[in-house]
Design a protein around this ligand. Structure first.
Ligand SMILES: Cc1cc2nc3c(=O)[nH]c(=O)nc-3n(C[C@H](O)[C@H](O)[C@H](O)COP(=O)(O)O)c2cc1C
Length: 328
């Protein structure tokens, strides 16, 4: 079979690098061989206070996996993905094997474009509701990745929003969390990782019922601005199991939802604080998910405000995250 050239694999990794990751740590390593990409988690980039078990590190890798597959499809290749292919090597999360050349599908091309443009929008959204049909499309698309996606409303939304407030207060009171956050925030764009000030313009605010993560001084009290509608709709990504395979699926589902939202003209932002504190995560599992599923990540989606969109967050160079298989 004809293999894609090295440039194609590099382009796929370049798009994968645009995937979202906790604090923009970009915790992935890629290796490229003849028609194959291997994805490994980079444990050196785990955030020990915020994500001690590496759950979100794997979710971030799941998003990168979906981005890479999308890029290859959009470039005209059919792929076969094996997740966690080698139990003897647990850091190897996936292999993507190119199996044939194919006519790129219009949707994949459009979604790859959206993946390139997408970035987290932490502002208040316009209060017009997102139509149920559009939310339904996001939910259906996300569920195809093996995780569940739910629109959280009414009492369930109240419980979820309360869990976020409680977790934010607990984070605010933790010196170690604040120190870890400080190390990754307020960086210059040249740092190529972490959270530049331009990406996190809001401090100490709650949009109606929803508190957004503060990438600044992490206050224990939040000023309420706007109505719940300006926080947008809340989607919850959850899984039946709580292992690496489930976390990878949650990341893929998150990526699908974010890219589809971007394509539909929606602003979006992942939210994870409530799931980083054992107590609030358990509470969401019991009250919102009836003890049946493990919450992995929430996503705000809504109509972007008409003011200028904040700039894209920087990324590390592809050559830093990609090695040839022969270099092993
Ligand atoms: C597992 C995970 C958790 C995240 N948690 C939050 C969060 O709680 N609040 C937030 O504003 N952004 C959150 N994000 C978004 C990241 O901060 C963002 O993806 C990263 O800074 C890269 O920027 P970009 O997605 O805008 O390109 C999260 C992303 C992932 C993958």
């Amino acid at each position: 079979m004809q293999h894609p050239g090295g440039n194609t694999l590099r382009e796929a990794v370049a798009l994968a690098s645009r995937a979202p990751s906790l604090f923009n740590v970009q915790p992935w390593r890629w290796r490229a061989g003849a028609g194959v990409l291997e994805l490994r988690m980079d444990r050196s980039r785990v955030l020990p206070e915020t994500d001690p078990t590496g759950r979100e590190l794997v979710i971030s890798n799941g998003a990168a996996l979906h981005h890479a597959v999308l890029a290859l499809r959009a470039l005209g290749w059919q792929v076969r993905v094996e997740r966690i292919p080698d139990p003897a090597e647990p850091d190897l999360l996936a292999t993507i094997e190119v199996v044939a050349a194919a006519e790129p599908g219009g949707t994949d091309v459009a979604l790859a474009g959206a993946a390139c443009e997408r970035h987290a929008d932490r502002r208040q959204y316009r209060p017009e509701p997102v139509p149920g049909e559009l939310l339904g499309d996001l939910v259906r698309a996300g569920r195809e990745s093996g995780a569940d996606v739910l629109v959280v409303e009414g009492e369930q939304r109240h419980a979820l929003a309360q869990a976020f407030i409680k977790a934010a207060v607990m984070h605010g009171a933790s010196e170690r969390y604040r120190a870890e956050l400080a190390a990754w925030t307020g960086l210059t764009v040249e740092a190529a990782e972490g959270m530049p000030e331009s990406s996190s313009p809001v401090h100490g605010q709650r949009y109606g019922d929803v508190v957004v993560r503060d990438y600044g001084r992490v206050p224990v009290a939040h000023e309420e601005v706007g109505s719940p509608a300006t926080a947008g709709s809340l989607l919850l990504v959850s899984t039946r199991a709580d292992d690496v395979r489930a976390h990878l699926a949650a990341g893929e589902a998150t990526s699908v939802v974010l890219c589809r939202a971007e394509l539909a003209g929606l602003a979006s932002c992942p939210l994870s604080e409530a799931f980083e504190v054992v107590e609030t995560r358990d509470h969401v599992r019991r009250t919102v998910l009836h003890g049946q599923q493990y919450p992995q990540l929430a996503i705000r989606v809504g109509w972007p405000p008409r003011t200028e969109r904040p700039p894209r967050t920087p990324r590390r160079e592809v050559r830093e995250m990609l090695r040839e298989l022969a270099d092993r």
